[in-house]
Design a protein around this ligand. Structure first.
Ligand SMILES: Nc1nc2c(ncn2[C@@H]2O[C@H](COP(=O)(O)OP(=O)(O)OP(=O)(O)O)[C@@H](O)[C@H]2O)c(=O)[nH]1
Ligand SMILES: [Mg+2]
Length: 371
């Protein structure tokens, strides 16, 4: 499963966002550093197509795809030199697939800001980037040192060393690696160093209820930074920054579905923005969805771009990959307009695809197999 780590300054609203996303009950408090342990939880990826298919098939069960979020302690200015809780929590981020910057825009005198001054999301972003850059710089220097020693007997390391040197120059200038000029091969070589700023980035601007009208404007500067939003190595090159009234949506997440809809729609928020955070993360990572549907269950499955039918069958169960014969395939919207799987079959609308078929986002599949 894809994993995303929440990164922010104290009181930015990370734990509130985590709760809103995962339905968990992590500690939320108006004082800095209320989170002292790393917590992980799963968020469902909102996918309208799945619900429509489930309705069509009168499925007894609906299983959305999931994304894992990790809530960690706040970063503080000077974390890399031991301020606040220091950067000892950054280790929790080394293995996530993407980072979510949580930037505070909401004003609330009862919740002190990280700097003690007015909320300033742009300044907070600069602080976060600076701390992550310093952590990466230390990691790059350490690895460079080791690989240079090892290269005396092993010339195959020279390309990695060149990539590390290039990364070091960028980091030295304060540039996060998602904004640095590195080619795909260099990025690939840097993976071995488990750096932070080579990861894909999504930005959430935490706004107050009184800022809802300005949501788009407040998120805009963080969307196309050419920095956060660039997903190295993925087909998707930009990711929008989302403005979310985190507290409101965290409260909404605790209500039952009808009350939640009433609250959010009453404020003109539709389904809320939180479901889109997981969906945007999913897009950002270049993950795709195929679907299965029937009266027993409708389900969304995750696959990587370019995967062929047997690999996707294997996402469902390894037996389906091992004994793969063929897949019956139809696009979700075509199936929906026909009205049922059986009717689509009768009308000859199901395509029969073999093991070389590249599954597309939104395909509905039935796998024929024999083991
Ligand atoms: N007014 C207002 N308060 C919020 C909002 N989001 C979070 N808060 C409050 O801000 C405080 C901090 O929220 P947390 O979710 O604990 O923030 P955090 O980033 O996890 O904080 P640390 O774990 O201490 O780093 C809590 O009192 C929240 O209720 C918001 O959108 N508006
Ligand atoms: Mg917290």
């Amino acid at each position: 499963m894809e994993r995303l780590g929440l990164v922010g300054l104290p009181n930015a609203g990370k734990s509130s966002l985590f709760n809103a996303l995962t339905g968990a009950n992590a500690v939320v408090a108006p004082h800095p550093f209320s989170t002292t342990e790393t917590t992980a939880g799963i968020a469902q990826v909102y996918d309208e197509r799945l619900w429509k298919l489930a309705e069509m098939s009168e499925s007894r069960k609906v299983v959305p795809a999931g994304v894992e979020f990790v809530d960690i302690a706040a970063l503080a200015k000077g974390a890399s030199t031991g301020e606040g809780l220091g950067n000892r929590f950054l280790g929790s981020l080394r293995e996530v697939d993407a980072l979510v910057y949580v930037l505070r825009a909401f004003e609330d005198p009862s919740v002190v800001t990280a700097t003690g001054g007015d909320p300033d999301p742009a300044e907070d972003l600069a602080t976060l980037e600076f701390e992550l850059v310093l952590a990466d710089l230390a990691a790059v220097q350490g690895r460079l040192h080791r690989q240079q020693k090892a290269a005396k007997g092993d010339k195959s390391l020279l390309r990695e060393i060149a990539a590390l040197e290039k990364a070091q120059v960028a980091l030295d200038e304060g540039t996060p690696l998602y904004r640095a000029k590195l080619d795909p091969e260099e990025r690939e070589l840097l993976k071995q160093s488990f750096l932070l700023t080579t990861k894909a980035i999504l930005t959430v601007v935490n706004i107050g209820e009184d800022q809802l009208d300005d949501a788009v404007k407040l998120a805009e500067p963080f969307g196309a930074l050419g920095g956060p939003g660039v997903s190295p190595g993925s087909a998707v090159s930009t990711s929008p920054a989302l403005a979310v009234c985190v507290q409101l949506e965290a409260e909404a997440a605790r209500l039952d579905p009808e009350e939640r809809t009433e609250l959010l729609e009453g404020l003109g928020l539709g389904e809320g923005v939180v479901p889109r955070v997981a969906a945007a993360a999913y897009q950002l990572l270049g993950r795709r969805t195929f679907l299965t549907t029937g009266d027993k269950e409708s389900r969304a499955w995750t696959f990587r771009t370019g995967a062929k039918a047997p690999e996707c069958a294997g996402v469902i169960h390894s037996d389906l990959q091992r004994g793969f014969i063929r897949a019956e395939v139809i696009r979700w919207d075509e199936l929906l307009s026909i009205g049922s799987w059986n009717r689509a079959k009768e009308q000859g609308k199901l395509r029969v695809e073999g093991k070389d078929y590249e599954v597309q986002d939104g395909d509905v599949l039935e796998i024929r197999f024999n083991v």
